[in-house]
Design a protein around this ligand. Structure first.
Ligand code: HEM
Length: 413
């Protein structure tokens, strides 16, 4: 059956909590036509099984050469989602090109390599918890967990891995935030993109002058080997991808996990009593409140039928991770329930929130390490930590790619 006749859903550039919309769309089927900002026609794959099939499909590309509207010049300059299509890096490459770009950095993100970062991540977390406590002491016991811990922890770690000097990190966070926002105008989007390229160019130049034991220096060495190992444009694209993917996501995960535990204290108690682990909390948060909500883009290289719906060749398709995480067809009738014992249950369906197939998240071990350490240190040190604002007052994060809240005020005790 072809369900493409359903009225397209207009993706809200301002974002907002995705779950109510996802449930409504999923009720019509696992694949939905959508209208992207700029009146660009797209599709979203939302059902767990359909998404799993689509992500690993051999006739689905990530290279924007397959994006018909872009190829035909129908995408305006400054289109808010352009970076996702045009940045030159592994996330917009297929086949051998993808393997070449991914191999240049993958060695730094193996479980073994990442495990070596554990003491440093712990140290950084503890110093950020000191900051959180100091900020709360200044402000009646309340401080923003997102700004004081969830953001600077992954930014600090990826900054150190890439050899980014501390003074560039806040600017990089701000710019990468702008680049992934779907609700800023074309001038601001273009300006943020240009500045991000310039700052990363300066980071690369500094490392070229004084190489260190960091990924940027390793990438520069690959570029300077010549041949077809890495072009300058790919070097900057790869740095951009590492900065954005390396912190925007983990920032949302830590924020969403703390929020979920505060709203479900019985689940926090299960961990404190040893009936579940911090890692269970991380996996359940990834499923229940996916940090990456709708990831742009993939393009079928021919008309494809997925989940009963035809996706025409060259259509930009969003991977609907937040919807798949709550798909009752995969996770059961209680898919909407936050249940930290679920990941350990026999037969529990694994979430897709870190991707699937060739583009599976490169930073998954790092994201898991950072988030489990952050939660464990936070709730061990402040067992009474709780939300300092009613749930209803938490403003959703801008844009529909990421899924979180703008700030998470907590009472630190
Ligand atoms: C890819 C999620 C943390 C680097 C992905 C994808 C997802 C994802 C869903 C697949 C995108 C797609 O093609 O549809 C997450 C989440 C994270 C996280 C939820 C944290 C909670 C990280 C970190 C890094 C990272 C810490 C560090 C470098 C990447 C890269 C890719 C990727 C480089 C592209 C891989 C490729 O195209 O081959 N991530 N990510 N991610 N992630 Fe992560």
């Amino acid at each position: 059956m072809d369900r493409t006749s359903a009225a397209p859903h207009r993706m809200d550039p301002a974002g907002g909590c995705p779950h109510a919309v996802n449930a409504r769309l999923l009720a019509h089927g696992p694949v939905a036509p959508v209208v992207l900002p700029g009146e660009v026609q797209g599709m979203a794959v939302l059902g767990h099984e359909a998404l799993k099939e689509f992500l690993a499909h051999p006739e689905v590309a990530k290279d924007a050469r397959h994006f018909t509207a872009l190829r035909e010049g129908r995408i305006a300059p400054g289109w808010p989602l352009a970076t996702f299509a045009t940045v030159r890096g592994m996330t917009t490459a297929d086949g051998a090109d993808h393997r070449r770009l991914r191999a240049l950095v993958s060695g730094a993100f193996t479980v073994r390599q990442v495990e070596r970062l554990r003491p440093r991540v712990r140290e950084l977390t503890d110093s950020l918890l000191d900051d959180l406590e100091r900020a709360a002491a200044r402000d009646g016991g309340v401080a923003d967990l997102r700004g004081h811990v969830a953001m600077p922890l992954p930014m600090g770690v990826i900054g150190e891995l890439l050899g980014v000097d501390a003074e560039h990190r806040d600017r990089l966070h701000h710019l990468s935030n702008q680049v992934v926002a779907t609700d800023i105008g074309p001038e601001r989007a273009l300006a943020a993109n240009r500045e991000l390229v310039a700052v990363l160019g300066a980071v690369a130049a500094a490392r070229a002058e004084r190489p260190g034991d960091d990924l940027t220096s390793a990438l520069i060495a690959a570029r300077d080997e010549g041949g077809d190992r890495l072009t300058q444009e790919e070097l900057i694209g790869t740095l951009m991808l590492m900065v954005i993917a390396g912190h925007e996501t983990t920032l949302n995960l830590i924020t969403n996990a703390v929020r979920a535990l505060c709203a479900h204290r019985d689940q926090l108690d299960l961990v404190v009593r040893g009936a579940a682990t911090w890692s269970d909390v991380v996996e359940e948060t990834l499923r229940w409140d996916a940090p990456v909500s709708y990831f742009p883009f993939r393009y079928p290289v021919r008309d494809l039928t997925v989940g009963g719906t035809v996706i025409p060749r060259g259509t930009p398709v969003l991977a609907g991770y937040s919807a798949a995480g709550r798909d009752p067809a995969a996770h059961g009738p209680d898919a909407d329930r936050f249940d930290v014992t679920r990941p350990g249950r026999p037969g529990a369906v694994r979430h897709l929130s870190l991707g699937h197939g060739a583009h599976y998240c490169l930073g998954a071990p790092l994201a898991r390490l950072e988030s489990t350490i952050a939660l464990e240190r936070l709730f061990t040190r402040f067992p009474g930590l709780d939300l300092a604002a009613p749930e209803a007052d938490l403003a959703p994060h801008a844009g529909f790619v990421g899924n979180s809240v703008r700030a998470l005020p907590v009472r630190v005790s």
